[in-house]
Each structure stands twice: as C-alpha cells, then as structure tokens.
Design a protein around this ligand. Structure first.
Ligand code: FDA
Length: 514
C-alpha cells in the first residue's frame, strides 16, 4: 500500500502537470479521500457482482471533460506503471471497465457524450460516453424515419457496445452497430488523436468488433443512420408448455433466420410462477419488431409462422423510437425522455454466457433445458434466442473482427440473476449457469465453440496475471473472433507493442511471446 500510495501521489501530480488546463483536470479527478469517489464509481457500474467490499477499487477515477485529460491520463499511467480501465456505459458483464487486480485508474467517459445528428446526410458523430438510449433519442429529435441498429437495453454505452459488435432488433435488416460505423476518433498509446484516415484501415477494422480496451481509447464514432418506416409493429406472444411452447420454439428455429429481413422475432425462455401455490412453468415469449404496419405483418406471419397463432389484438403499431422503449422493457405510457436516463431498469448481480446455434436443437434437447430451468436457481434466469440471417448472413466473416455470420441461425444468451444481499447465492447461481452451459455443448457451434465478446465471459479463458502469451489468449480469442483473432494480434503488435492497453481479455501483441 505504501508503494501504491506513493505511485498514486506521483500520478496525480503528473496529471496536473501534463494537462493543458490543470485547473479543469483537477475538477474531474476523484481519489478515495474525495466525498464523491464512491458515487462516481457506482454510478455506471451495471453488475453489482463487482461491487463488494472485496472488489479491488481504482486508485483514481478521472472523468475527462476534454480530450487533453485523456491524453494526460494515458501519458501519466505509462510513466507511473498504472493500468487503465476505460468505462463508457459500465455494462461489461465481467466488470473489466472498472475492476482490476493491479493498481489501476478508471477513465470514465461519462462527461464526453455529445451527439450531433446530420439528418440530411444520414450520419451522426457520437461521443463514446453516450448511451444508445441517448443516441436513439437524438436521432428521433431530428427525424422519425431514421434510426440506428444497436442494442435493446438503452443504458448501454456506445464506447464498449460498438467496439464489440452491438446487435438488436434491426440487426437482420442492417447488421450490427459496428457494421455501420464510418469514422472514429481514437487516442492511441502515444496520446495522438487519430481519425479513420490517420489510423489506417487495419486499426479502423480492429476497433469495429474486436472488443474495447485493446487498441486505444475511442473518443467518438461517426455512424451511418439507417432508414426506418414511420410505422412499425411490435408484439409479444407468451406460450407455456401446456400451450405447445416446445413445438413452437422448435419450429421457430427453422423460420426465424429465414424470415423476411423486415421481421425480427426473438424468443425469451424463462421459468415463471404459474399458480398461487408457487408452481413453476416454462414460458417462451416471442418478441417481435416488424418494419411496417399490422396488415402486412399478419399476412407475413400467416405465410411463414402460422403455428404461433398471431392475432391482430397481439400487435401494436408504433413509431420506431417508441419501439425502442418497448424492447427496453419500459411501460407503454412512459415518456421518450426516459431514453436519456442512464440508470438501468434492473441492477442485480448476474453471470451470463453466450453461444451460437448452427443446426436446430431437437425437441428432446429442449426437454433437457426445461429440466435445468425447473431447478431453484432458474427462478431468476433467462435464455434469449436472437435470430440471425438477413443482412448478418451477407456480411463476410472477415469484414469486421465479429465473425459469427452466415451459417449461424441464432445466438443464445444465458443469464442468471440473484439478490444483491445473497453473497452465498452467487456461487450457487454461477454453478447453475455453468451446468446449463455444459448441457448445451452438443447443440451449439464447435471448434471453436463461438462466443460474443460483448457477452463477456471469463470462464472461456483469460490472459492470466503477469505476462500474456499469444497461445493462452488464442483459447478465448478464437471463440470470440475465430480466424480474425490473428489479424487483431497483428494490429495490436503494430499499434501497442508494449501492451499498455490490457486487461484479462485484451488482445495481446505477438511480442508477448508464444
Ligand atoms: P463498459 O464501459 O463496461 O465497457 C465494455 C468494454 O469496452 C470494457 O472492456 C471497456 O474497457 C471497453 N471500453 C469502453 N469504452 C471504451 C472506449 N471509449 N474506448 C475503448 N474501450 C472502451 N449487447 C448487444 O449487442 N445487444 C444488446 O441488446 C445488449 N443488451 C445488454 C443489456 C444489459 C443489461 C447489459 C448489461 C449488456 C447488454 N449488452 C448487449 C452487452 C453490451 O453490448 C456490452 O456489455 C458492452 O460492451 C457494453 O458497453 P459499455 O460501454 O456500456 O460498457
């Protein structure tokens, strides 16, 4: 501690000295002695699993209001041997943006979140600290027929989300958020401010899907907005086992990725209370966005998925921006202003995993999933099946580092939550989700078993403490990036050979050794 206190003091002095405007940087530095330190740390912390007394805390938090503050923080962290955690929305599943086992500093981009929409040219510059809710809101302020393809939960930060991919209801039509980035502003390890032209196409490729935190600090993205109709239709149809859920989910696998690309139907599997005696049953919720009105939707569903029995009364017409509230889980009378609220709807400790499915799972396979979902830990568990196909199958595996394209019919995300006070519960719930993951192995992609970097999971491998080796990183790297992993390592070797930007699952340079 004596050493870290000393390092910490030197680091603070360095920040003040190196910053162009020392008076303004001192207003955005928080240390544990500062009364706002805890609230600044907690504010964007989405998974309280990483907010216990035992969780390592940063020596310093900097909330830059100017790029020169980021440059000073990068420079001083290198001089004083501190690791950096970059946080935009704080939704990293494993808390990598705000936890580390070594002395570290958080650069929290919450103050860098301006958004400027150019509706005429269909583009926007978005600073990394903005949330996707803020992006959706600012686009809708300018136009009701432009939108953007990104996630469902509106408090996700664009810094991490766009760096790892970013899928949502428009993904079958327009691909991922990362597929629609046309420029970026990044600060590299030398403190230089680079744009697409000055960083070059290799680095620009790497930051659009290669996961945040390995190559530099992204300050802003330029995105291409996508056309949306003035009326869209949403529906949610719930079916339990008595209502044929098994057969319907089984059938959904054959149709979801082949549906018209204007139609997106995801499935959420849960175990819900079905009676006052607390009896539980499996429920499948079919959750859909259609880019058009009810009449066309009903006729499309009649042609492609009549088994679901969709009725006109199940459907609601909305504007696209209203549909973002619907998918984020807000009540129907909620004002659009809620998109500007950065506090997540749910903040409970959780563990999540991801998988890709290439062949439909047989009904028997689902019967086994239902058994695991009838165990006690599954009361607060969720399995989300997100359809791919459409635009996702047209983009090549190497166009961006995100490789899970043609050949995948859907993505699975398994999540389990527990109450914050229940410290013992975490082990029980984590064991439960690992059991579920083990059970799923025969039914999902293999060699490698694919995973989504934005559904970060340290169980699939880590760099370990100390020196990262390429061979060790390749274990988790192949799952997230398949053969794109080697190109990511190549880019890293050029732009950050000393491996300054690192964490448990950052891309290593070749120089880290075999
Ligand atoms: P956070 O700030 O924690 O950053 C995540 C990672 O990126 C960290 O490693 C961080 O250091 C790095 N990073 C952040 N900002 C950076 C920057 N400016 N420059 C460089 N590196 C940076 N995903 C999805 O595709 N579709 C969805 O619908 C959802 N839904 C969803 C709901 C909920 C409740 C959660 C918790 C998460 C999701 N996600 C998701 C996953 C989400 O895309 C993923 O967690 C993102 O990485 C979150 O980005 P943040 O900026 O919020 O996280």
């Amino acid at each position: 501690w004596a050493t870290s206190a000393h390092t910490h003091q030197n680091f603070l002095q360095c920040l003040i000295l190196r910053s162009e405007n020392s008076s303004s940087i001192s207003e955005v530095i928080y240390t544990p002695t500062n009364s706002s330190y805890s609230s600044v740390l907690q504010f964007s912390l989405q998974n309280p699993r990483f907010s216990t007394p035992a969780t390592p805390k940063p020596l310093v938090i900097v909330t830059p209001t100017h790029v020169s503050h980021i440059q000073a923080a990068i420079n001083c962290s290198q001089t004083h041997g501190m690791q950096i955690g970059v946080r935009s929305g704080g939704h990293d599943y494993e808390g990598l943006s705000y936890v580390s086992d070594v002395p570290f500093v958080i650069i929290d981009l919450i103050n860098l979140r301006s958004i400027s929409v150019d509706a005429e040219n269909g583009t926007a510059w978005v600073q990394a600290g903005a949330t996707i809710g803020e992006v959706y809101y600012r686009i809708a302020e300018k136009s009701r027929t432009l939108g953007f393809t990104a996630g469902l939960c509106t408090t996700i930060g664009v810094g991490g989300h766009f760096s790892g991919g970013g899928y949502g209801t428009l993904t079958r039509k327009y691909g991922l958020a990362a597929d629609n980035i046309i420029d970026a502003q990044l600060i590299d390890v030398k403190g230089r401010i680079l744009d697409r032209e000055s960083m070059g196409e290799d680095l620009f490729w790497a930051i659009r899907g290669g996961g945040g935190a390995s190559f530099g600090i992204i300050v802003a993205w330029k995105i291409k907005l996508v056309p949306v109709p003035s009326t869209v239709t949403v529906f949610t149809v719930n079916r339990n086992l008595e209502q044929n859920a098994t057969k319907l989910v089984h059938r959904w696998q054959y149709v979801a990725a082949k549906l018209h690309e204007d139609l997106f139907i995801l499935v959420q599997l849960t175990s819900v209370n079905s009676s006052q005696e607390g009896k539980r049953t499996i429920q499948a919720s079919f959750n859909s966005l259609y880019l058009g009105g009810i009449d066309k939707l009903l006729s499309l569903m009649q042609q492609s998925f009549p088994e679901l029995g969709l009725m006109r009364e199940d459907c609601i017409e909305k504007s696209w921006i209203e549909s973002t509230l619907y998918f984020a889980g807000f009540p129907s009378d909620e004002s659009l202003n809620v998109l500007l609220n950065r506090t997540p709807l749910i903040r409970a400790p959780f563990k999540a995993k991801s998988d890709y499915v290439q062949e439909p799972i047989p009904e028997l396979g689902f019967e086994g999933i239902w058994k695991i979902f009838s165990q006690k830990e599954a009361e607060t568990a969720l399995m989300i099946l997100t359809p791919y196909g459409g635009r996702m199958s047209e983009i090549s595996e190497s166009a961006t580092p995100f490789p899970h394209r043609a050949g995948n019919i859907y993505k699975i995300q398994q999540l389990v939550y527990w109450e914050e006070e229940e410290t013992v519960a975490s082990e029980r719930h984590i064991s439960w989700i690992r059991r579920l993951y083990g059970y799923m192995a025969p039914y999902v992609s293999k060699s490698p078993r694919g995973a989504y970097v934005n559904s970060r999971d340290l169980d699939i491998g880590t760099n370990g403490k100390g020196n990262t080796s390429y061979r060790r990183a390749r274990i988790w790297g192949n799952k997230y990036f398949k053969s794109n992993f080697d190109r990511l390592v190549h880019v890293k070797t050029i732009v950050d050979p000393a491996n300054f930007f690192k964490n448990e699952q950052s891309i290593p340079p070749f120089s880290s050794g075999w």
